[in-house]
Design a protein around this ligand. Sequence first.
Ligand SMILES: [Mn+2]
Length: 427
Amino acid sequence: MIDRDRIDDLNRPLLDAHDRDVDHLADRLDRTAVDFEGVVETLRRLRVAVPSWALGTGGTRFGRFPIGGEPRTTEEKIDDIAVLDALTRANGAVSLHVPWDDPRDPAALREHAAQRGVAFDAMNSNTFQDNPQTTRDGDLTYKFGSLANVDAAVREVAVAHNQHVIDLGDELGSDALTVWLADGTNHPGQADLRDQFERTAEGLKAIHDHLPEGWRMFTEHKPFEPAFYSTVNQDWGSSLLLAQAAGERASCLVDLGHHLPNANIEQVVSRLAMVGRLGGFHFNDSKYGDDDLTTGSIKPFQLFLIFNELLRAGDGSLPELAYMLDQSHNVKDPLEDLLQSTEALLLAYAQALAIDRDALAEAQHANDAARAQQVLQDAFRTDLRPALAEARRRDGGALDPLATFREVGYRADTIAERGSGAAATGL
Ligand SMILES: [Mn+2]
């Protein structure tokens, strides 16, 4: 754990420069009628969940290079998130993945997390790999799909697994289930596309019917991988149809990497929000496909435009959705990558909050494309990082999270405690 006093000590030498940056930004925002105080206080309320599979190094099909000191248990994953949150004050929630995390004593795990100020965000089921729990000791397989499988017995265990994840989540204090399916085909003609879709819709409905009071579920689309000819839930249109078929508490989750190249993701966000079926996000960034790179590292303008649409959907405030990072940390220390991702996410949010919305609406109604672009660019090119730092400072976080993380030597501590060969569960 990181001591709050230690963070304060490391903030102290940075405070003078920070205060000057704050004054400058407040003055700059004032000129476009944006209230600096309002931006800071709004930023303080955003919580971005961390998935339990992101605390270890990620791998590709070519290899994996663990850095040592990775969490060996779900408890240690939660400890890492608590450290992250101590620095950012924006990450106090974990999104578990079952069976990579399948606690034997949910009540004890819930207590462990509560003591560290970590809540349980959406649960994630896994029917893309065979495992004893979900496939009755090996006599059934997800090789040819789970909810879309032609074999009713396989569909049954897939539904049962999702219901188990809901029950577990309920014990932990979660209130949502995210369903991403690998179901699809690799070869034209391999399966009947329509039958696959209808079987999946039926399975999702059975899962939806199992949701406890106050729970939601999310369907997450993806156009390819691991199925490379077709996927059952390939795009936002399919995801919307599946959510509608599942029931009224089902909505769509948008993973930024799960689109074909150059898709207008902000427009997808706008459409789903318009029909009341936008449920949440998996944030990451990509150059080519589902690259799972650091949020905001490749296309920061796209991220800003997504937050602009979210604020449009929420009439100036962010809708209550599930906001989560979903990345693969292949060469960076996972915690450092998560610090940078959280910073990028909050920055895009702050930039969107800095948009002069009245001026934008006026330009749009006047068909003034040049002025509309200028309004957006004014916000996007304003350096809002002092507002983020101020939001963190007010909650006892670090003015410079990455430098603080390195200075306190947390990774060296985990290597000493957990071992240089410790590797987290996950992909
Ligand atoms: Mn995802």
